[in-house]
Design a protein. Structure first.
Length: 343
């Protein structure tokens, strides 16, 4: 298996994947879900991941309520994530009894009037996205000086929590699970790019897991509104450990910046740590490490194709990175190979 085509074309979505391909260990994957990549911590323990149901592979199980634009429609059960300007709640939409996540953002604290309207318009644009591996935006409205966003609820928390738990007990994911999760995320990012949306903050804490084995990507490009007062594509937003070299340098960047971030995430799926993490790093030394492309080798247990793909995606020159279409096709072939080998 080789990866040789580095054309800049954008690929079609990979599509949904067999839920039976994800068999996450329930002992370390069960965290109460959060959504939209809230920049805080998930809290209480919740439902544990169960073996997926092969009879319902590819089905989208979430139901999304019709929301009139009032928080009085919801019964709030508890905070599942929080950040400097936002709080995420697990809630029930009372008219339909649907479980959802509700994020409240104090936009009046960080955005001016035009930016508030632009942000609200962008959330409404994201409602048009429909992919099984993308967090669904059900509604957005402003109430009591807060932006309220109603989202798909994922019952097993985020990928960051899973990887942290795995690292604590030195229990790496199988390559079958690595490729299954990564392939789903390739489909999610390809769907976003086809809608002309760059994510710009791909990281494990923005990937959410369901007990049925589905991985969903959240925080769909909105971080720029909450992290920066400019919508220009050369603003430095995102999480430094997953930023591309061009973004770290403050240079203009494009779709291949998301490919770099996906490469960091793939490395972390295999190694249970970010490729650029070292004790005692500050922002300056982290930036030097990223711009030089200095990465420790993957564990010896990593397959040749995994090592090859990570190396291709973490090219410091954006023009040398493979297209998302090529990454997705490569990952899908690896997923099928390791699925069949595990049977």
């Amino acid at each position: 298996m080789t990866l040789f085509d580095s054309t800049r074309t954008l690929g079609a979505p990979v599509g949904s994947f067999d839920r039976n391909d994800v068999r996450l260990d329930a002992s370390v994957s069960g965290r109460m879900g959060s959504t939209l990549g809230s920049p805080g911590k998930t809290s209480s323990r919740g439902k544990k991941a169960a073996p997926p149901d092969p009879d319902h592979a590819g089905e989208v199980t979430s139901s999304f309520p019709s929301v009139s634009g009032r928080t009085s429609e919801f019964r709030f059960h508890g905070v599942i994530g929080s950040g400097k300007f936002s709080t995420v709640w697990r809630a029930t939409h009372v008219p339909t009894n649907a479980t959802v996540a509700v994020k409240k953002v104090q936009i009046y604290e960080i955005l001016d009037a035009k930016q508030r309207q632009d942000c609200l318009n962008e959330v409404r644009l994201l409602q048009s996205m429909d992919h099984p591996n993308v967090i669904k935006y059900a509604a957005a409205f402003v109430e009591n000086n807060e932006l309220v966003i109603v989202l798909d609820f994922c019952d097993c928390g985020d990928l960051a929590a899973l990887l942290k738990d795995r690292a604590a007990v030195n229990a790496p994911l199988s390559e079958r699970d690595v490729w299954s999760i990564f392939s789903q995320l390739c489909g999610a990012v390809a769907h976003m790019h086809e809608h002309r949306v760059m994510h710009r903050d791909i990281k494990p804490s923005n990937v959410f897991l369901s007990a049925d084995g589905v991985a969903r990507l959240g925080d769909l490009g909105l971080s720029r509104w909450f992290s920066s007062k400019t919508a220009q594509a050369k603003s430095m937003v995102g999480t430094p450990y997953y930023m591309s070299p061009e973004c770290i340098r403050g240079m203009p960047y494009e779709w291949s910046s998301d490919v770099w971030s996906l490469g960091c995430l793939l490395y972390e799926l295999a190694a249970l740590r970010n490729p650029f993490f070292k004790e005692g790093l500050n922002y300056y030394t982290l930036g030097k490490s990223i711009t030089s492309g200095e990465v420790d080798p993957l564990p010896a247990t990593a397959s040749p194709e995994l090592t090859q793909l990570v190396g291709a995606m973490l090219q410091t020159d954006p023009a040398r990175r493979p297209s998302l279409k090529d990454v997705a096709a490569f990952a899908e072939r690896a997923r099928v190979k390791h699925r069949d080998a595990a049977r």
